[in-house]
Design a protein around this ligand. Structure first.
Ligand code: HPA
Length: 310
């Protein structure tokens, strides 16, 4: 690592709030008066949902000052700003995973993974819809099922470790806390709406606990058994929890779902590989189940707007 890259990392860590602010200013200029109320992570397999975002303004991650770009194939880096079933959203097509940046100095790896969430918060976006791909530990799950995330176990470095940031909350503009409570992290009302949205896919939509590990290895038999029998996790993946911690810290409401791309067998065998995971996410039936559930969710949300939602 050169001295120059160390200086860049130090600058990113020490001036994090300013880096977020300049990225948010860039996006704000493009938004003009438009006020998105949801950030939607279009994780693996959900790229095409981008086509459902009407009148989208597209901003490449590369254009935005300081915005982390993605390096994983299948994760394009774009913001899509427009209406999803009548709800103003910012779609995030592509995310940075911790395994890509874990060797960055000074904790800046994890700070990169959550950078987009901070930008959304600076833009006043008050809801965060997170999606991901994961391996099914629960033996009732089948490949291509959806797991609505009811709670999570975070085995990634905690995104609030290190210097306390001077950010304020989106909901009441008070300062963020260091000791963020994480009970009820996944909003009950939004989660209920997502269950309702998925209810036509009988037996293929579940509710469970998501465990985040660093990867990039898939699990050994021992790990799979420990995660299922010991930790009682229903699915395991390599993203999401850091983003949710920051979204909650910034006062956003969170809702999330996971696409089960492989099922880990009872004896702990995880035969997944990245190519197979991608192939499942590209299969028309799976893409349709994911996209139709999300579209239905936004339809229900739209219908509820004007009552208690904001
Ligand atoms: N383990 C971890 N991450 C994953 C898996 C898995 O089996 N499948 C998709 N992402």
């Amino acid at each position: 690592m050169s001295l120059h890259s160390l200086e860049l990392a130090l600058d990113f860590r020490d001036n994090y709030e300013a880096k977020v602010a300049s990225a948010a200013d860039y996006v704000k200029n493009k938004l003009r008066e438009y006020k998105p109320i949801f950030g939607v992570v279009l994780g693996s397999g959900l790229g095409e949902l981008a086509d459902s975002i009407k009148g989208a303004t597209v901003i490449s991650y590369e254009e935005i000052p300081n915005f982390p770009t993605t390096t994983v194939p299948g994760h394009e880096g774009k913001l899509l700003i427009g209406e999803l079933e009548g709800v103003p959203v910012i779609g995030l097509k592509g995310r940075k995973h911790y395994y890509e940046v874990a060797d960055e100095p000074f904790n800046t790896g994890i700070l990169q993974t959550v950078f987009p969430v901070h930008v959304l918060a600076e833009l006043g976006v008050s809801n965060y819809f997170v999606t991901n791909a994961s391996g099914g530990l629960n033996q009732d799950y089948a490949i291509g099922d959806i797991m609505i995330i009811f709670s999570h176990i975070n085995f990634l470095p905690n995104a609030l470790l290190g210097r306390h940031h001077n950010f304020s909350k989106v909901d009441d503009t008070s300062q963020v806390w260091r000791f963020q409570p994480m009970n009820g992290a996944y909003d009950q009302q939004l989660t209920q709406m997502l269950s309702q949205a998925g209810s036509s896919h009988k037996g293929r939509v579940h509710k469970g606990i998501y465990l985040a590990v660093t990867g990039p290895t898939y699990e050994t038999e021992g790990e799979s058994i420990a995660f299922r029998e010991g930790l009682k996790a229903d699915a395991v993946g390599m993203s999401t929890t850091s983003e949710v911690i920051v979204a909650r810290n910034r006062g956003m409401r969170v809702v999330g779902m996971s696409c089960i791309t492989n099922v880990i067998s009872a004896d702990g065998t995880n035969a997944a590989n990245h190519e197979e995971v991608k192939a499942i996410l590209e299969s028309p039936a799976v893409k349709d189940r994911l996209s139709s559930t999300i579209r239905k969710f936004f339809k229900l949300y739209r219908e509820s707007m004007g009552s208690s939602q904001k």
